[in-house]
Write a protein that binds this ligand. Structure first.
Ligand code: CP
Length: 328
């Protein structure tokens, strides 16, 4: 579909759908319907076309100021939010604890009130405390986008993961997705479980019992401890970064043991469905949760996930700030 045609579809949908885009914030996917996710994907298609142009910049958010506040380290999320905002001609400010008054002990409340007084139109926040973006959304007058909060949610990661799957396999409904590793502490797993089940995928999780949540938290998800069984017939394998500090907490005996039982190896990948995709939210511990030859092999879409992160975040910034998928 041409971009002009795609834009017309978006406009037509916005004009005819009575509910339309009803989200001021992107905090998690639990408030997102299937139609919301479809609308994000349609806008992302438009953004991808923009990114394919020689000059990858449109004036859609000219005059808007977006502040990225990252209390935790990040490469992909932070860089792609910054690129997304700049591609849409917004002004971007980046804050991290180092070099800002957060280092002097300024509270989150005062930081947000300061950014509001300075005229920020949106805050993108990553924070080590689950719920921090919700707190910010209650005091900040404008839009808040969650770039990862504690072990709670990473909605933009889940959206880019789902978009990447759909781009490759043409659908999400009915696909078998196996998420492997530390599900208990993973915001990526939680947001993906919510998003993927909303879209009709069959989600399984697999890991040592100490790294899985109680089964009743995710009643629509299958729980496995044996990865060799879990991968059989899977369409998507999504190992998570093993948070190595968990070993000190006694949650798994050794990295070598974990790798033996839970690493995505070429042999395990061969048990999955033909053409199964290998995904990873990054950063990877190659040789621990994923074998290097799988991470960089023909079935890996890990770099595409990163690339799609820019388009997804352009779509989300446009939707929350303008309330529409229209692209100027
Ligand atoms: N996937 C992800 O959140 O990566 P970063 O920590 O590099 O942003």
């Amino acid at each position: 579909m041409s971009v002009k045609k795609e834009e017309q579809v978006l406009l037509a949908e916005n004009e005819t759908a009575p509910a339309g885009w009803g989200h001021k914030h992107v905090l998690d996917l639990d408030g997102f319907t299937r139609a919301d996710i479809e609308l994000v994907f349609k806008n992302t298609n438009v953004m991808k076309e923009i990114l394919s142009r020689e000059i990858r910049r449109v004036p859609t958010l000219r005059g808007k100021t977006i502040v990225n506040v990252f209390y935790e380290p990040s490469t992909r999320t932070r860089a792609s939010f910054e690129m997304a905002a700049k591609n849409l001609s917004a002004d971007v400010i980046n804050l991290t604890p180092t070099g800002s008054s957060i280092e002097k002990g300024e509270s989150l409340l005062d930081t947000v009130l300061t950014l509001q007084a300075l005229g920020a139109d949106a805050i993108v926040i990553r924070h080590q405390c689950s719920g921090a973006p919700y707190f910010v959304s209650r005091i900040f007058r404008h839009s808040v986008l969650n770039a990862g909060d504690g072990a709670h949610a990473h909605p933009t990661q889940a959206l880019l993961d789902m978009y990447t799957i759909r781009e490759h396999l043409g659908r999400l409904g009915g696909l078998k997705v196996v998420i492997v590793g530390d599900i208990l502490h993973s915001r990526v797993a939680r947001s993906n479980i919510i998003g993927l089940t909303t879209m009709g995928a069959e989600v399984s999780v697999c890991g040592p019992a100490t790294l899985l949540p109680p089964e009743d938290i995710f009643p629509r998800v299958k729980f496995h401890h044996n990865l060799d069984k879990a991968v059989e017939g899977a369409d998507i394998l999504m190992p998570l970064r093993l948070q190595l500090e968990r070993q000190q907490g006694g949650l798994f005996p050794s990295i070598r043991e974990y790798a033996r039982l839970y690493q995505i190896t070429p042999e395990r990948l061969s048990r999955a469905a033909p053409g199964a995709l290998v995904m990873h939210p990054g950063p990877m511990n190659e040789g621990v949760e994923i074998a290097p030859e799988v991470a960089h092999g023909a079935q890996s879409v890990i770099e595409e996930q990163v690339a799609n992160g820019v388009a997804i975040r352009m779509a989300l910034l446009t939707l929350v700030l303008l309330g529409t998928g229209h692209v100027n």
